[in-house]
Design a protein around this ligand. Structure first.
Ligand code: SF4
Length: 487
């Protein structure tokens, strides 16, 4: 029996499908926090009291009986030609059914048509006559008051949205346009043999926005590549073509095949110089804008699909921790960490205002993609602190800039410029020495703090969170000092 996710994997790459079948199943915690049972909330929105509820290993006969007996079917399992689907909501209206897809986001786009079409294909093959097709999604404009207003929280739409968040094509029309007969694909999957696979061939599907998780299984030689490999070339469309031409190292890059970005120039020059490139003038100018006392700032936060606290919208962020290292002109370093367990946004904002020096630079890593946004959000929530908070953003400087702009490159960065990568060759403390060493791990651990099931671990979690966030600002301090040394 196949599921729609199997079809997607097979379509993407048969190697991926088989490797995934063999791989140990990992349970991935959700990046977006979803404490509420979203199906129950949506049922309230729909006003459904009595319904059939499908379960994981339901025999298909159970669904068939429910079709005779119930007006509403929730999570019912349907099957056709080895393909099994779970349908969020079906509502009998006359002699046909209205279908509701549940989309736990703000503006559903018509970009996952395979999912919608495959569901409709199974239903229609099984003789289910469909009337309307709806999407239930979260309302981007909803602001929570003391309690959740489910009528306001959800939107029921017959349309997808465009990139400007305006309603676009109707769901039914989009499905009709993309509808396809799945029988040939299912037949191919059922009879596909391992020996048809052949050698994996590198393509866009391997390297897309996120590198395929089986990439180094398929191409193990790349794991061993040297720091100055041509494959570390950033934003290069032609690095594999260069490799095939026999160009192994950055210093030998074919200039006619470069996009010509400052980062690529810095990488090639670093390799030609023996491993390091520094644009002294540009670095000097960048460092000149920084003034003492220098505050290194880092936030940790969680994101909630359903707003849990008053004043929050769907998918809003709740900052729960910040770390601050302050470097004075005489070389003294002061370090503080603020950490809360629940919704302490007010206290966090007040503490930030109290602890941050009133003058000097504020440095963060990816400052305008994270810290400046968090500060602006707090400023919009607390009018009396707004001026102080927004003043922080006028003093904000992004420590990534010298790396993003090709001012500094060390071949040990291997085409990356995260704090962890740079710290890995700084001969100093390492993230690997910490109990918590990844940003999302910090979020998952923080979620445990308000869980009643976790009691004796709380002190360990708090210490781990403080150490991790503190390591981020400490690393910024070290990287800043390294840049000074390079000058
Ligand atoms: S790395 Fe490429 S070839 Fe290998 S499984 Fe992933 S997508 Fe398929």
């Amino acid at each position: 029996m196949f599921h729609i996710s199997d079809l997607k994997k097979f379509n993407r790459c048969p190697h991926f499908y088989f490797k995934d079948l063999e791989a140990e199943k990992e349970v991935y915690p959700r990046y977006i926090r979803m404490d509420e049972m979203i199906t129950s909330l949506a049922l309230e929105k729909l006003g459904v009291k009595e319904y059939f509820l499908g379960e994981r290993n339901d025999p298909y006969e159970r669904t068939k009986e429910a079709l005779e007996q119930y007006e509403w079917l929730v999570k019912a399992r349907f099957e056709h030609e080895q393909l099994r689907i779970k349908v969020p909501f079906l509502h009998r209206v006359g002699d046909a059914w209205d279908l509701y897809f549940l989309w736990i986001g703000l503006y559903p786009l018509a970009n996952d048509m395979q999912f919608y079409c495959d569901n409709v294909w199974v239903l229609e093959q099984e003789g289910i006559k469909l009337n309307h097709i709806y999407l239930i999604h979260l309302n981007a404009d909803y602001v929570r008051k003391e309690t959740l207003d489910l009528d306001e929280l959800f939107v029921i739409s017959e349309c997808f949205y465009n990139k400007n968040h305006n309603p676009s094509i109707s769901v039914k029309e989009a499905i009709e346009e993309n509808y396809r007969d799945l029988s040939p694909l299912l037949d191919r999957m059922e009879h596909y043999q391992h020996d048809e696979l052949g050698e994996p061939v590198r393509g866009a599907r391997c390297l897309g926005r996120q590198r395929c998780r089986f990439y180094y299984d398929c191409f193990p030689e790349e794991k061993e590549m040297p720091d100055n490999s041509i494959l570390t070339l950033i934003t290069s469309q032609h690095k594999y073509a260069m490799l095939e031409k026999g160009i192994t190292y950055l210093k030998d890059a074919d200039l006619s095949l470069l996009e010509g970005t400052p980062q690529q120039y810095a990488q090639i020059m670093a390799d030609r110089n023996g491993g390091l490139y520094v644009d002294q003038n540009a670095l000097g100018t960048w460092l000149q804008q920084i003034s003492y006392p220098i505050a290194f700032l880092d936030f940790e936060w969680d994101r909630y699909a359903i707003p849990p606290y008053k004043g929050m919208k769907p998918y809003d962020v709740l900052p729960f921790e910040f770390s601050l290292h302050v470097l004075s002109e005489n070389g003294d370093v002061d370090h503080k960490v603020y950490l809360s367990v629940h919704d302490d946004r007010r206290e966090l904002a007040e503490t930030l205002c109290a602890w941050l020096p009133k003058e000097g630079s504020i440095i963060a890593y990816n400052a305008f993609g994270a810290e400046a946004i968090r500060i602006e959000e707090l400023a919009n929530q607390f009018a009396d602190l707004k001026a102080t908070l927004l003043d922080m953003n006028t003093r904000m400087i992004d420590l990534q800039e010298p790396f993003l702009n090709g001012v500094v490159y060390d071949t040990r960065m291997r085409g990356q410029w995260s704090l962890k990568t740079i710290m890995s060759f700084m001969n100093d403390k390492s993230y690997q020495d910490l109990d918590i060493s990844q940003g999302m791990d910090a979020v998952f651990e923080w979620r445990l703090l308000d869980s009643e099931e976790v009691t004796d671990e709380k002190e360990r979690i708090i210490e781990g969170l403080k150490a991790y966030c503190g390591m981020d600002t400490y690393s910024m301090l070290i990287v800043y000092q390294w840049l000074l040394d390079l000058l």
